[in-house]
Unconditional design. Structure first.
Length: 326
């Protein structure tokens, strides 16, 4: 079976954009792939974190992995910092990276806000991501579209090393979400949904209660036309809501347009509230069962041992071709 690797940062409650863009793929892939899913806590500290909150969020994300349907019997679930080879391989790849290509990363430009000086971790973030992926001889990386540039860098680094150091790395392929499934902010549908946005009603998190879901959807930006029609350029708000409705309900957008012909945004939003609550309630209930159970730390411990067994073999191979150690 082909091997899959992906990871999520433990920096707050995961929202439906994360879920529909990448996490839902995790569950789909585990039935016919060898899957490795990581909580990438070392990525999280590229920006300041409160230690207690970070540890809490690590367990939150691990519990959410299981709540959405990731099966620890089929997939490896672990915390990045529990496998030291991630950091070691990252340094080797850093020595094979160029500052020019790192400064061109759009996420670095965005997060550094084009300041003259920014945390070095922000610049090196995509190299650590490449190490995460290459460490497991990964074939497929399920991620959101915003990570395409990072996947390309990972491929470039793998090919660069392979060209001079035999065939050291497997060159991975990105598996990106389907066209039309990108979820935008509810208050500004020209921007992608974000965990860090100040307005809590700009997003719907997987653990939001029913009242919060209802408020966020009913407050969502639409337009003054009053016609339920998919047109991302001229009607980004209602098009975003149609996307959410379509993915959660499994109904094509065209079918939804026909079903709501002649109806107003109020009726449409009320139905979307119900569809969203029905989709997220089982996840929230399963999360509450798992989060404070004795099972969760054991799953992460077992996952770290299984991941480490793979990682040390890859790292030994890489170190050998670079002449490191004896």
């Amino acid at each position: 079976m082909k091997r899959v690797f992906s990871g999520v940062q433990p920096t707050g409650n995961i929202h439906i954009g994360n879920y529909l863009g990448a996490l839902r793929q995790f569950v789909e892939l585990q039935n016919d792939h060898e899957c490795i899913y990581c909580i990438v806590d070392e990525h999280a500290i590229t920006l300041p974190q409160d230690p207690k909150e970070l540890r809490k969020h690590i367990l939150d994300v691990a519990a959410l992995y299981l709540a959405i349907g990731v099966d620890p019997q089929k997939s490896i679930v672990f915390v990045q910092s529990d496998v030291p080879a991630h950091a070691e391989l990252s340094w080797i790849l850093t020595c094979n990276s160029y500052t020019g290509e790192l400064f061109r990363m759009t996420q670095f430009k965005s997060k550094s806000q084009n300041k003259e000086s920014a945390p070095a971790g922000l610049l090196m973030y995509p190299v650590l991501m490449a190490a995460d992926i290459l460490l497991y001889d990964t074939d497929v990386v399920p991620v959101g579209n915003d990570q395409k540039q990072h996947i390309e860098l990972t491929r470039d680094l793998a090919i660069r090393v392979n060209n001079t150091r035999k065939k050291t790395f497997v060159v991975p392929e990105g598996r990106f979400m389907k066209e039309g499934a990108r979820i935008m902010a509810l208050d500004d549908p020209t921007q992608k949904m974000s965990k860090s946005a100040e307005n809590i009603h700009s997003r719907i998190s997987l653990l939001d209660d029913d009242n919060k879901i209802k408020k966020s959807i009913m407050k969502a930006t639409t337009d003054s036309e009053g016609i339920i029609r998919f047109d991302p350029e001229n009607k980004p708000g209602i098009s975003n809501l149609l996307n959410i409705y379509s993915v959660f309900s499994g109904r094509p957008v065209a079918e939804l347009e026909a079903a709501y012909e002649g109806k107003g945004y109020g009726d449409f939003k009320k139905d979307l509230v119900q569809v969203t609550i029905e989709a997220l309630t089982p996840i929230r209930e399963r999360f509450n069962e798992i989060r404070y159970s004795e099972e969760l730390p054991l799953i992460l411990k077992d996952g770290a041992e299984r991941a480490n067994a793979i990682a040390v073999r890859t790292l030994a191979r890489v170190k050998n071709v670079f002449g490191l150690g004896f």
